[in-house]
Design a binder for this molecule. Structure first.
Ligand SMILES: *Cc1c(COP(=O)(O)O)cnc(C)c1O
Length: 450
């Protein structure tokens, strides 16, 4: 095992034994100071994120043509927020107490096109690339009608290109599906965590799938290497892409409107707690960054990771970020939450999150499955295991020592009556019924003790 001086010995012990932890980030600053400390980095500004939103809206009429399921929203890919009142009641007998505040979820699980949070970043970066090629080739004769992207002259250009990506599954699905629909070739390098049904669906959509008998980091590396020196290859870099990050951040603009529409106040007296399942960090990082730009100190952000893949926690708590992997402290990367099965965090996201987020907690696989079953019964919402990591947050916040001390220390306890908890449901919409039934059955048989 590596010696890591900066990592607290008891935290290291708990992590390496795969015990659930609730880690409060000691490096958090108030939002203004935090953003100042990040000003040397090339990060999107709020207006960059608004431009990304506008770009997605320009493409909306095209998406409505390519994906009939998006016609209801006229091609705008957005998910609903929903209160999970029955879950909030349903957990009481198990935890022996209440969750104070109102508990909601953001249903990215049911985003059109890809059925996961990856429909935000992945679709955005592919469309951005398509727009760039169209401009470079002088194809775009109007900024106002992007349905022209469906024309054979565009497809003839796009068909020369190959988009590459490394993925445990969902990013591959998102990028594979949108790329094929636009007319690109696409190659998805997948890790050994990839679920067979995700592989089959990608092939059915016409993507080339390269399976690696290795983990996610290696699959990304292979994708990156394959794209090198090929002018017609475009590699989407899940570990480093600012475009993906920007696409994810658009969620924050949309959420602001949705909360206002529901009459949910977010201010100093009405804090918003957001719980985001985290793999390599891009998706939760982009969403968190956007939310901090908008709600500043009124939003509290927690990331959620499997006990067998706590890469972001390890990177942030040690300060080593992508220079450390879970294997370095003896953790075997092995989880049913395939969307979060990442051993080494993004090289750039952790550094950005350092002064911004409130903490990270870890969740055992059996807890995710238990919650999967419970939520399917209480509020009739069906999610894939990864997404349930976000639902353990409110429980840990009130019922762990470090969670409760955080609430006390930040002066939040007396405000919890007015708080909103938002568990980000990151995926599950495309899971085949038979597999979802198996998940629910497995979850139903789990006895959980608090
Ligand atoms: C990818 C994914 C995440 C986390 O996103 P990262 O960018 O890998 O951190 C969370 N949940 C699901 C279902 C995912 O597919």
């Amino acid at each position: 095992m590596k010696s890591i001086p900066a990592l607290d010995a008891s935290l290291k012990m708990s992590l390496s034994q795969a015990q659930p932890v609730f880690w409060v980030n000691p490096n958090k600053l108030n939002t203004q100071e935090a953003l100042k400390s990040l000003s040397t980095k090339a990060l999107p500004t709020l207006s960059d994120i608004q431009l990304a939103d506008e770009r997605l809206r320009r493409f909306a009429p095209l998406l409505a043509q390519l994906f009939p399921e998006t016609q209801a929203t006229m091609g705008v890919i957005e998910s609903k927020i929903k209160r999970v009142e029955q879950l909030q009641l349903g957990v009481i007998p198990f935890i022996g107490g209440r969750i104070i505040g109102d508990w909601w979820t953001k249903l990215d699980s049911h985003l059109d096109i890809a059925g996961s949070i990856k429909a935000r970043g992945g679709v955005y970066e592919v469309l951005l690339f398509a727009e760039k090629l169209a401009l470079e080739n002088g194809l775009l004769n109007s900024e106002h009608d992007y349905t022209q992207f469906n024309h054979p002259t565009f497809k003839a250009i796009f068909g020369q290109y190959n988009i590459l990506v490394g993925s445990t599954g969902n990013l591959g699905l998102s990028i594979g599906i949108i790329s094929r629909a636009i007319g690109f070739n696409v190659t998805v390098h997948m890790s050994n965590d990839a679920k067979p049904w995700k592989i089959a669906l990608l092939k059915e959509k016409g993507a080339t799938v390269v399976l690696h008998d290795s983990d996610y980091s290696k699959a990304v590396e292979e994708g990156r290497a394959a794209a090198l020196n090929d002018p017609f290859a475009y590699f989407i870099d899940d570990e480093n892409s600012v475009h993906l990050f920007t696409g994810y951040a658009v969620a924050a603009l949309r959420l602001k409107t949705q909360l206002a529409d529901e009459g949910i106040l977010v201010d100093d007296e009405h804090p918003l707690f957001v719980y985001l399942p985290c793999g390599v960090g891009g998706a939760p990082g982009g969403v968190a960054y956007g939310l901090k730009l908008i709600f500043e100190d009124s939003v509290k952000i927690f990331f959620a990771e499997p006990t067998h893949a706590p890469c972001m926690l390890l990177g942030m708590a040690s300060g080593l970020h992508s220079k450390i992997a879970v294997e370095d402290i003896g953790i075997e990367l092995m989880t049913e939450a395939d969307g979060l099965a990442v051993g080494r965090p993004s090289g750039f996201v952790g550094e950005i999150m350092m002064p911004l987020i409130d903490g990270i907690y870890t969740v055992e696989d059996h807890t995710m499955l238990w919650l999967l079953h419970l939520l399917s019964v209480t509020d009739k919402i069906e999610l894939e295991p990864s997404a349930l990591a976000g639902f353990y947050g409110p429980i840990q916040l009130f019922y762990t020592k470090s969670g409760f001390e955080y609430l006390l220390g930040e002066g939040l306890l007396e405000k919890m009556q007015n708080a909103t908890h938002l568990s980000w449901a990151t995926g599950g919409g495309l899971v085949p019924k038979a597999i979802m039934d198996d998940f629910k059955k497995a979850g139903a048989s789990i006895k959980i003790e608090f």
